[in-house]
Design a protein around this ligand. Sequence first.
Ligand SMILES: NC(=O)c1ccc[n+]([C@@H]2O[C@H](COP(=O)([O-])OP(=O)(O)OC[C@H]3O[C@@H](n4cnc5c(N)ncnc54)[C@H](O)[C@@H]3O)[C@@H](O)[C@H]2O)c1
Length: 356
Amino acid sequence: MAIRGIICGAGSTGTHLHYGALIAAGADIVAFVDINEEMAKKASKQYGLNSYYTSIEEALQNEKNIDFVDICTSSATHLSIAKVSLEHGCNVLVEKPVTETIEEIEELRKLKERYSKVVCAVHNHKFYPSVREVRNMIKSGEIGDIISINKEMSFNWEDPGMMEEDHWAQGIPGGRLFEANPHNLYIIYSLIGKFELVDIFPRKVSSHWVHAKVDEFQAIFKTDKTTINLKMSMHSTKESYGKYGPNFFVVVGTKKSVLFDYANVVELNDFSGSIKRNIKVKNKFTSEEKYPIIKDKNGDECNIGVDSGHKWIIDKFIGNLEGRYTEEAVSFGEAFFVQAMNSKMGNLVEAKLARQ
Ligand SMILES: NC(=O)c1ccc[n+]([C@@H]2O[C@H](COP(=O)([O-])OP(=O)(O)OC[C@H]3O[C@@H](n4cnc5c(N)ncnc54)[C@H](O)[C@@H]3O)[C@@H](O)[C@H]2O)c1
């Protein structure tokens, strides 16, 4: 029998990014839940489901034999929905940011231990073929010891997304940038493991997004061998980098240095020819892999999350529940480290702003 789940949160993530990836992985989705009844109803109708609910409690009282709850709501609500789901004996798939505060992620850890269920953070970008390629190069020793990692993630100023004044992402400690920052942190973690925060320098550079707390930060992290620089901002231009803005890593090792983004891996050289080699990876835009056409219960084709990376993480989550994969897709240790670090950075930004 297929693994049965409920999607909680019928916004764009629960519908467009998750539903088809879950079906492609072999799961059976029985209902959508959304506190906004219209959203829950619309999503269930869109995919041909019979049921929708306005609370997770109501859904779990009515639907039996549910294996997992997929949490795609605003981050401040993740812990309470995860708690109810675990209390009902369900495994949990939860979008990033997994929680908003360090206290919440600590409570989630205790709940996971008490109920002994899978709690899997959606760390989707680390499964892109290019990111997996660099991880493998590091693991095999090809890159050597990692001396430094530099990451730039800058949104296009015209449309960073989630910038409405009352959008829930503005309320995350540190503001909107910390909704997306987990992507940076879990990719770095997946390359080198744990690291510590040295300092963070938040700035308000542009007057464009008047209500943004900060629109740029530079953070420095370290391990005993590696220094990491991370820059996030929201004032890049379409002309300079295209629709979404710069989003790339440079990893300098003792044997090799590579630049990678979500589609390419390039081995770097000194200025005698700064690109030494273009490392061929299947990428999300020109993949050689053939993906299945997945149809919903209305018979309409649905997105399976190749572009966003949800395809791979969700397949691994469902596969782990089914026993196809022995390892959890994302360990709770990783989820805990990443969220605690994201909150720590956001708190430091808030503290620095309060002193200004
Ligand atoms: N991994 C990724 O690439 C990625 C991309 C985008 C968003 N996200 C994450 O996905 C989550 C959802 O983002 P979104 O953009 O879809 O948000 P959204 O605001 O568009 O949708 C969230 C939905 O949750 C509903 N909701 C809020 N509280 C609820 C509750 N207690 N019970 C049931 N429903 C509730 C809202 O009514 C809304 O319809 C966030 O954590 C976000 O950071 C992840």
